[in-house]
Design a protein around this ligand. Structure first.
Ligand SMILES: [Fe+2]
Length: 211
């Protein structure tokens, strides 16, 4: 294989194999591959959306929001926080809050509220339930408030392509909810089957603008 034919991934693997690249303790080759491939690929900033009236400060640092027996479809959300240059934002804080399966927010406590911290690859994940519809809002959604040093704070919302409101076509129907300003916020849902039950999995990458 000529040098020109090497993909970035192949190049990195070759460097690692020959000792031209070493990684710090605790960093796997798989992780470094992810960083390598993401670095430098420009991204469009994640669209802004309303903060809404139900935000609460000081949510717990908790990734397991769903308790055993909670009603509703199990939901696994994961993603990554980057800037528009494609650099991962390790240590970014991701505050999320949502309604429960019945469409109710916990206004007294912190059920279905969390403050997460992006890991060294900018990644975050949490386990929850599919939020319910509630009066005053058309679509199911999860609120996000994301902060990282040197970046503009972002409030936004995550939506689900399977929401019946979209009738299977969110690209054309997302405006049925007047608070959705971009179909980019409507994410595909992957149903998975596990011993613990069926789960809807969604990925949501968050891209912040530098100050
Ligand atoms: Fe809401």
């Amino acid at each position: 294989m000529s040098r020109e034919c090497l993909s970035r991934r192949d190049l990195l693997l070759k460097c690692a194999a020959l000792g031209a690249l070493t990684v710090a303790p605790g960093v796997t080759i798989a992780e470094s591959l992810e960083w390598w491939e993401q670095d430098g690929r420009p991204r469009t900033p994640t669209p802004w959306d309303e903060l809404g009236p139900f935000y609460k400060r000081q949510a717990p640092h908790l990734a397991q929001l769903r308790a055993p027996g909670d009603p509703g479809l199990a939901l696994a959300v994961s993603g990554q926080v980057l800037d528009t240059r494609g650099h991962v934002l390790e240590g970014a804080t991701i505050e999320i809050w949502q309604a429960n399966d019945a469409g109710l927010y916990d206004l007294d406590g912190y059920k279905y509220r969390a403050a997460l911290v992006a890991d060294r690859a900018g990644k975050y994940a949490f386990e929850s339930v599919m939020p319910g519809h509630y009066p005053g809002r058309v679509c199911q959604h999860i609120h996000y408030l994301v902060n990282a040093p040197g970046c503009k704070p972002l409030t936004t919302q995550l939506y689900f392509a399977t929401d019946p409101v979209f009738a299977g076509d969110p690209v054309h129907n997302y405006t049925k909810d007047p608070l959705i300003y971009s179909s980019d916020l409507v994410r595909p849902v992957k149903l998975t089957k596990a011993a613990s039950g069926n789960t809807a999995a969604v990925t949501f990458e968050v891209v912040l603008e530098r100050l």
